[in-house]
Every structure is written in structure tokens, then in C-alpha cells.
Design a protein around this ligand. Structure first.
Ligand code: HXC
Ligand code: NAP
Length: 283
């Protein structure tokens, strides 16, 4: 899909890059010539991923909890010692389904800390360095389709992702004149162990999600990685402040007043709804 050196010499940090979508993006970026840094809380997971992907290109694992500002600063400082980053991918997240009234304060803090504060910490640490050195930079954040409208049962994630999208659009304008591009991807369901075990933890919930989608399938990690590669590449250098939805049309199906008729009406129903000739209608 891309020229093989699309990301040649680009230095990229992917938060939460040890698993799922982050790992898929790391794989794709390495194949396109990038140098990749991945961070996460679990060192063993990071080391395993770095070892697995090491044959594709230069990759380094740095354990870091993005909720902790000092830890993020220290990670970014370590990376900058060997050269500035060109691209930051805010991908780390926490989420689970639950009834909101039953959530403890720590449950809110945990998810908001990872998704919203973690994204802020990493974005500010890179942004300040890029601005100070008058260097261009690219930030890509992974949001979710429910960010603009909210969603029941994932409220800490919804408020955080909405904040991430607001940050993306705000800084796109504030920093755009100094060469920093800010964009986001809002994926629909893509099977990963981390996400599906927490937001679709039972087969019937997964089946319901599949049924809801106009394309009757989930997205793939490769499709997500392709879109991410395009958005972080210089080929998309005039795209700034956008949130690109990638969900097979699921979001739009939810908004269309008549969209659910496809399931409610049979072929016979549609035939019977066709206008007959004028005479029989008047009769
Ligand atoms: C209610 C819960 C809970 C649950 C945890 N908590 N899980 N409350 N229902 N299912 C509460 C705990 O009781 C605790 O509060 C507080 O949250 C923090 O939990 P810990 O386990 O101590 O925190 P921590 O180890 O930091 O784990 C963070 C986490 C966990 C977010 C809770 O799930 C995690 O590590 N997630 C990382 C990966 C992830 O979530 N990936 C999915 C991304 S998918 P108390 O008060 O008891 O101490 C996504 C989009 C999906 O974002 C969209 C699909 C379409
Ligand atoms: P995942 O595999 O669970 O990825 C989450 C990653 O974040 C993990 O590698 C995790 O590693 C890391 N992480 C969590 N808390 C962290 C912290 N405090 N500091 C640093 N890293 C942390 O799930 P995924 O499906 O790939 O999700 C990736 C992104 O896509 C997330 O932003 C998610 O919201 C978004 N998304 C996913 C879907 C989907 O269907 N898969 C849909 C919409 C949006 P550690 O646990 O080791 O820290």
C-alpha cells in the first residue's frame, strides 16, 4: 500500500505499544523504515514485543506509566538523548464496561489518568521540545467513535476520549503555525485481547457488536496500522486537527432514523411497500 521507505529515519514513540493496536502500528512503522520506541507499564510484555519485532527494524522498549508526569518526562528525556522524536502516537488506554453509578473514585481516576492525563503528559513533553527547537512534529492519538456523542457504560473512557479530541483540535490550531500536526483516529471495534476482554467480555456482547455493524465484521489491526502510517507520514502533511473514523459505517448507522429497517423488514415487506399502479391505488 505504501512505498517501503515512507517512514525512513522517522523516530516514533507509541505509548501502549507492547500490545494490540500499538503493537500493530509498531510492526507497520518498522516495516516502513522507522525507528520505534514503545512504552507501557509491564516490562515483560514490552521486552517480548521488542524481541519479536526486532528483526523488522530498530525498536526499544521503555517501561513507563503515562499517568505519572515525572515518569513520562524521564522517558522523553531518555529518548531525546539519542535524538528528537518526529512522531508521537498516544495509544495507551484503560477501559471497562460498568454501570457508572457503581464506579469508585479510583475507577474514574484510573481511566482518566491513563487516557486523558497520559495523552496530555506525552503531548506536552514532546510539544515543548519541538517548539523550543523549532522542529516539526506529528501527534496521532487513538480515540474512540463514542468520543463526540458519549456512551453509556464506558463513561470514564468517553469523557477522556472527548478530552483527547478537544486537545487534538485545539493544539492543531495553536501549534499548527509552528509545524506541529495533531490528528486522531476513532476506530470501531477491532479484536484485541486488551479491549475485547474488557468491553466485550462475553460472546453474546461480541455477537451483538458484530451484528450492529453495516459491514458485519470487525476492523483489523492491519487496517488501523495502514491509516496510522498514512496520517503520521509526510504524505498527509496538510491534514491537521482531524479525527478520522474507521468503523465500517457503524457510527452513521446509529444516527440514521431508518437505518435499522434493514433488519426489521423482509424482502416481501419491501415488495408490499412498492407503489402499485395509480388505478389500484385510487381504488
Ligand atoms: C468497575 C473497576 C473495574 C470494572 C477496575 N475497576 N475494573 N470498577 N468495574 N470492570 C476499578 C477497581 O476496582 C479500582 O477501584 C480502580 O478501577 C482501578 O483498578 P486497578 O485494577 O487497581 O487499576 P489498574 O491496575 O491501574 O488498571 C487499570 C484498568 C485496567 C483501566 C482498570 O483495566 C487496565 O489496566 N487496562 C489497560 C488496558 C485496557 O483497558 N485496554 C482496553 C482499551 S479499549 P478501587 O476503588 O476498587 O480501588 C478502549 C476502547 C474500546 O479503550 C472501544 C471498543 C469499541
Ligand atoms: P490494549 O492492547 O489493551 O492496549 C492498551 C495498551 O496501553 C497496553 O499495551 C497497556 O500496556 C497500555 N497502558 C495501559 N495503561 C497504561 C499506562 N498507565 N501507562 C502506559 N501504558 C499503559 O488495547 P487496544 O485495543 O490495543 O487499544 C489501543 C488503543 O485503541 C486505545 O487507545 C483504545 O482506547 C483504542 N481503541 C481500541 C478499540 C478496539 O476495539 N480495540 C476501539 C476503539 C479504540 P500495560 O498494561 O503494560 O501498561
Amino acid at each position: 500500500m505504501f512505498q517501503p521507505d515512507l517512514l525512513h529515519s522517522k523516530r516514533i514513540l507509541i505509548t501502549g505499544g507492547g500490545t494490540g493496536l500499538g503493537k500493530a502500528m509498531a510492526t507497520r512503522f518498522l516495516a516502513l523504515g522507522a525507528t520505534v520506541y514503545i512504552c507501557g507499564r509491564r516490562e515483560d510484555v514490552l521486552i517480548k514485543t521488542a524481541a519479536e519485532l526486532g528483526s523488522h527494524g530498530p525498536i526499544q522498549a521503555i517501561p513507563c506509566d503515562v499517568r505519572n508526569l515525572d515518569a513520562v518526562e524521564s522517558m522523553i528525556e531518555t529518548i531525546w538523548k539519542s535524538g528528537p522524536l518526529d512522531i508521537l502516537v498516544n495509544n495507551a488506554a484503560g477501559n471497562f464496561i460498568a454501570r457508572t453509578e457503581e464506579l469508585s473514585p479510583r475507577a474514574f481516576e484510573s481511566v482518566i489518568g491513563i487516557v486523558l492525563l497520559g495523552t496530555l503528559h506525552a503531548t506536552m513533553a514532546c510539544g515543548r521540545r519541538w517548539l523550543k527547537a523549532a522542529r516539526p512534529g506529528v501527534v496521532l492519538s487513538i480515540s474512540a467513535t463514542y468520543a463526540p456523542v458519549g456512551s453509556a457504560y464506558v463513561v470514564p473512557s468517553a469523557v477522556s476520549k472527548a478530552g483527547v479530541e478537544a486537545l487534538t483540535r485545539s493544539l492543531a490550531v495553536e501549534w499548527g503555525n509552528r509545524g506541529i500536526r495533531m490528528n486522531a483516529i476513532a476506530p470501531g471495534p477491532i479484536p484485541t485481547q486488551g479491549a475485547f476482554s474488557r468491553v466485550l467480555p462475553r460472546p453474546e456482547l461480541e455477537a451483538r457488536a458484530l451484528d450492529r455493524n453495516p459491514m458485519h465484521r470487525f476492523g483489523t489491526t492491519e487496517e488501523l496500522a495502514n491509516l496510522a502510517a498514512f496520517l503520521v507520514s509526510d504524505g498527509s502533511s496538510y491534514i491537521n486537527g482531524e479525527v478520522v473514523r474507521m468503523d465500517g459505517g457503524e457510527f452513521l448507522q446509529g444516527a440514521g432514523e431508518f437505518s435499522n429497517l434493514g433488519r426489521a423488514l423482509t424482502n416481501e415487506d419491501w415488495e408490499s411497500l412498492k407503489p402499485r399502479n395509480k388505478k389500484s391505488q385510487l381504488a
